[in-house]
Design a protein around this ligand. Sequence first.
Ligand SMILES: Nc1nc2c(ncn2[C@@H]2O[C@H](COP(=O)(O)OP(=O)(O)O)[C@@H](O)[C@H]2O)c(=O)[nH]1
Ligand SMILES: [Mg+2]
Length: 380
Amino acid sequence: MMTPLRYLFLVLGILIGLHYILSFTHEEYGRATSISNIASGLRGSQPPYKYEAKPVSDYFDGNTTVHRKANAAFVVLARNNDLQNVIASMKQMEDRFNKKFDYPWVFLNEQPFSEDFIKRTTEVTASKTSYGLIPKEHWVQPEWIDEPKAAKARQKMLENKVIYGGSVPYRNMCRFNSGFFFKHELLKDVKYYWRVEPSVKFFCDIDYDPFLVMQDGNKVYGFTISLYEYESTIPTLWETTKEFIKENPQYLAEGNAMKFISDNGGEKYNRCHFWSNFEIGDLDFWRGEAYTKYFEHLDKIGGFYYERWGDAPVHSIGAALFAKKEQIHFFDDIGYRHEPFQHCPQGAAHSKGKCWCDPADNFGMSISTTSPSFLLKIVP
Ligand SMILES: Nc1nc2c(ncn2[C@@H]2O[C@H](COP(=O)(O)OP(=O)(O)O)[C@@H](O)[C@H]2O)c(=O)[nH]1
Ligand SMILES: [Mg+2]
């Protein structure tokens, strides 16, 4: 005879048996009903809020097993009121790259940074941040510039609607980026830099170290977008450059990238330049004798103020003439936007980087084979 108690034990036994069978055969069921899970459910959920560093071998391709780092830093030139846009760029760089690689940030300004700027930019990264004041002589219009002549040039550019044509601060910035940022005290012991501007976008995960690409390949300049400079901002830049080369032919590198910047062996500048709001470069290259002498020559002539020479064509010409072609690197797999253009990696690079940009919206693609970055690749 089955008593009610026996029925109860039988049903319980069947239930426990079923539970064990399901736990072993269905992983999800097992996880959901484990004692620890039920207990943590009672305590409240505890997601992994803290980022856990992956083993270094997970994000270095190939054979690298030891964690190597370059002597490098991000460099951000900004004003206090650029703060919100600086933070937006930084956050993306941190998320896509730097929280794994831990490179320091260096901020430069001709005015002292505000407490708020320092607090917010420190907050958004776990890496070291430093804040530098730019010495006056690296920033303001030098005394050898004939101001009435410069003012006349600015007025003419304003009338002709040349972008930033009437601005002195913009010219100071271009001259500083061309010839001085790499001399700043905070960068004197640093070898490689990555320039980051406010309001830029980084579209893809960067799971390798571009600084090591520079170091291991003995490269001096890295870019993502190249385009044509406005003629009206640099009418005499190439003539001035040719003068320099004529007087100092010893500085021209063998196997240089003259073909990137000139279609007729140096006779004329074709206005191709690397878009310098993105740069990964070797500070020692800019501090070297060839570029230093070149910049001094340009600075004495005064075209930063009598015209509106940008740091992009000046850096590009410097890199193309004083480095070997192979020392200039196209970071094809770094998705990047600075208004109004972007570089969006294509094909396998797009999926590898889990990029969120539209591959059809790619500056290099829109001008296809006339793109300077394409030209650079085919230059023999
Ligand atoms: N401290 C400082 N930074 C500046 C000044 N003007 C421009 N910048 C920075 O220089 C870089 C280029 O300036 P931006 O306005 O982006 O010029 P654009 O990219 O050519 O339109 C950015 O990193 C700016 O934050 C300035 O007067 N003072
Ligand atoms: Mg900009």
